[in-house]
Design a protein around this ligand. Structure first.
Ligand code: NAG
Ligand code: NAG
Ligand code: NAG
Ligand code: NAG
Length: 463
C-alpha cells in the first residue's frame, strides 16, 4: 500500500514538472493600500475636490487594478445611505519638476507651461472624461483586474517631457445625505433641492437646467429636514492599487471611455472622419405617461453610433449608470452583442448593499483575441433608464480596456518549433495529463484520508 501511494506521488510530481513550460509565467503583482486626504461633511453637505499629487506607485509600471471605497476615521466602510459616493476619478498629469501644485488646486486654473494634463485614449476629447479609473456608488462590487501578460503602462520615462514628472490627481464627489428632505433629489443634484441658481463660478445656470454637477459643487448644501441635527464626520477614500514592474513581456492596455451624450456625427462623405467628440456627460430623463407605458414600457433607450479610432481587442468593459438605470450595452453594426452591463440595486443598509443605489454593474471579461475591433468600425452604444419618474444629471458611460496585440505562444522555449495545430494538440495532451495527475492525486489523498475514519470525513464534507 505504502509503495503504491509513493509511486503515484512520484508520477504526479514528474507530470506536473513536465507541464510547467506550458503554464503561464508568474508575475509578481504588487499591492499598495492608500488613504486620500480627509474630507469633512455635515448633514446635506457636498465634497467635490481635486486632490493633486496623491500617493501612487512610482516608476515605469503596468497597472493591474484600482479599487476604492469611502471609509470613516476608524477605517470602517461608510454606507451610501449616509454618504453617497457620487463619483471618484483618477487621472494623471505631468508637472514641471520643482513646481508644487497645492493639494486642493483649482483645476480650472492649472494651465500654462508648468502643467500638462494627461488623459486616456479617448474617445472624448480635451479635458472631458480624462480618467484612467473612475466609478461611483457601484465601487465596492465592481472589481476590475487586468489579466497577464497585460498592464496599463504608466510612468514611462520616454513619454514624460524633459524637465517634467508624472503625478496623479484624485477627484472625489460625495454627498452627505443624513437627514435630508429628498435623498434622490440630493444624489441627482437637483438644483431646487440645493437652492442653487448659479454655478460654481457664480454664473447663472442655463435655462431649463434641472440638475447635475453644476448644482452640487463643493460647498453646496442639500436641504435638510427642519430641526435635524448631526455632527460633522471625517471621511477618506481608501484606494488599493495593484501593478507589475514593466518589462518587454508586459503588453500595453489602453483605456477608452464612451459617453452616451457624445454628439459626434460621422460626416456624410468619405474624405475624413469628423473626430470632434463633444461629451456632455450628463442628461435628463423625462417621465413617461400612460401611452409611454404601453409603447416602450417607460424605458428611455438612448442609442448612438460611434466609429472606433483604434484597431484591437476589447478585453474588459463595464458601464456606469445612475439610479434609474436599467442597463447598457455595446453592439456591432450588424447587431452582434459585444458587452451588456446591467445594474444591481441594493436591498438593505449594509455597505455594498444599500437600498435605492446601484451597488454593482455587471462586467464583461473577454478572452483576449475574441472580440476584434477594426479601425473605423462602427459600434452601437445604448444606455437605458426607467422613465417611471424623471431623473436629473444621469450618466451613461462605457469603460473599455483595449489591447492591440495578443501574447505570443509560449512554446518556442527549448527551441521547439511546430505548427499551430501540433502546439494545440500538445497543449491539449498536457492538459489531459495534468488532469489525470490531479485526479490521481485526489484519489490517493482520499484513500489516505477516508480509510481510517470514514464516518468523520464524510461528516466533515457534508458540513
Ligand atoms: C435660497 O437661496 C436664496 C438666495 O439665493 C435665499 O434668499 C433663500 O433664503 C434660500 N432658501 C432656502 C430655503 O435656503
Ligand atoms: C469646499 O467646501 C468646503 C466647505 O464649504 C470649504 O471649506 C472648502 O474650502 C472648499 N474647498 C474647495 C477646494 O473649494
Ligand atoms: C467632407 O467632410 C469634411 C470634414 O468634415 C469637410 O471638410 C468637407 O467639406 C466634406 N466634403 C464634402 C464634399 O461634403
Ligand atoms: C434597452 O432597451 C431596449 C428597448 O427597450 C431593449 O431592446 C434592450 O434590450 C435594452 N438593453 C439593455 C442592455 O437593457
Amino acid at each position: 500500500m505504502e509503495s503504491y501511494n509513493q509511486g503515484w506521488l512520484l508520477l504526479v510530481v514528474i507530470l506536473v514538472t513536465l507541464s510547467l513550460p506550458y503554464s503561464q509565467a508568474e508575475r509578481e503583482i504588487k499591492t499598495a493600500v492608500f488613504r486620500s486626504h480627509k474630507f469633512v461633511l455635515g448633514p446635506g453637505e457636498v465634497e467635490n475636490k481635486f486632490y493633486y499629487n496623491i500617493d501612487f506607485p512610482r516608476g515605469h509600471i503596468g497597472l493591474k487594478s484600482f479599487n476604492a471605497e469611502v471609509i470613516d476615521a476608524a477605517g470602517n466602510p461608510v454606507p451610501l445611505l449616509e454618504t453617497y459616493l457620487h463619483h471618484w476619478v483618477v487621472a494623471r498629469y505631468h508637472v514641471r519638476k520643482g513646481i508644487k501644485i497645492p493639494a486642493f488646486a483649482d483645476h480650472a486654473k492649472l494651465t500654462g507651461s508648468n502643467f500638462i494634463s494627461g488623459r486616456n485614449k479617448g474617445i472624448c476629447q480635451s479635458t472631458v472624461l480624462p480618467q484612467y479609473f473612475g466609478l461611483g456608488s457601484e465601487s465596492r462590487n465592481v472589481v476590475m483586474h487586468i489579466p497577464d501578460p497585460y498592464g496599463i503602462p504608466v510612468g514611462n520615462p520616454a513619454e514624460i517631457p524633459a524637465g517634467f514628472e508624472e503625478q496623479w490627481m484624485l477627484n472625489i464627489h460625495a454627498i452627505d445625505t443624513r437627514g435630508v428632505e429628498d435623498t434622490l433629489g440630493c444624489i441627482e443634484c437637483r438644483c431646487d433641492t440645493y437652492n442653487v441658481t448659479v454655478n460654481q463660478h457664480g454664473k447663472p445656470l442655463r435655462p431649463g437646467y434641472k440638475g447635475g454637477v453644476s448644482c452640487c459643487y463643493n460647498g453646496t448644501r442639500c436641504k435638510v429636514k427642519q430641526g435635524f441635527q448631526g455632527a460633522t464626520r471625517t471621511f477618506y477614500l481608501r484606494y488599493i492599487v495593484k501593478w507589475i514592474d514593466m518589462d518587454s513581456s508586459v503588453l500595453p492596455v489602453q483605456v477608452y471611455i464612451l459617453d452616451i451624450t457624445d454628439t459626434w456625427k460621422r460626416t456624410g462623405n468619405s474624405t475624413g472622419i469628423n473626430s470632434e467628440h463633444h461629451c456632455k456627460m450628463e442628461y435628463e430623463i423625462e417621465p413617461c405617461d400612460a401611452t409611454g407605458l404601453a409603447n416602450d414600457g417607460c424605458i428611455d433607450n438612448k442609442r448612438i453610433s460611434l466609429d472606433m479610432p483604434f484597431q484591437g481587442y476589447i478585453i474588459y468593459a463595464v458601464a456606469h449608470q445612475h439610479p434609474g438605470g436599467t442597463g447598457s450595452a455595446l453592439y456591432r453594426e450588424d447587431g452582434q452583442l459585444l458587452c451588456s452591463s446591467t445594474p444591481r440595486y441594493g436591498k438593505g443598509d449594509e455597505p455594498g448593499d444599500e437600498v435605492g443605489s446601484i451597488v454593482e454593474m455587471t462586467t464583461c471579461y473577454i478572452q483576449p483575441g475574441t472580440i476584434e475591433i477594426t479601425k473605423g468600425e462602427t459600434v452601437i452604444f445604448e444606455s437605458n433608464y426607467s422613465r417611471i419618474s424623471s431623473h436629473s444629471g444621469v450618466m451613461g458611460l462605457f469603460y473599455m480596456l483595449v489591447v492591440d496585440r495578443l501574447p505570443k505562444p509560449r512554446h518556442n522555449l527549448h527551441g521547439f518549433v511546430g505548427t499551430q495545430e501540433t502546439i494545440t494538440m500538445l497543449a491539449i495532451l498536457w492538459a489531459v495529463v495534468a488532469m489525470i495527475s490531479v485526479v490521481a492525486a485526489i484519489t490517493v489523498a482520499m484513500r489516505y484520508r477516508f480509510k481510517p475514519e470514514r464516518g468523520d470525513g464524510y461528516e466533515a464534507i457534508r458540513r
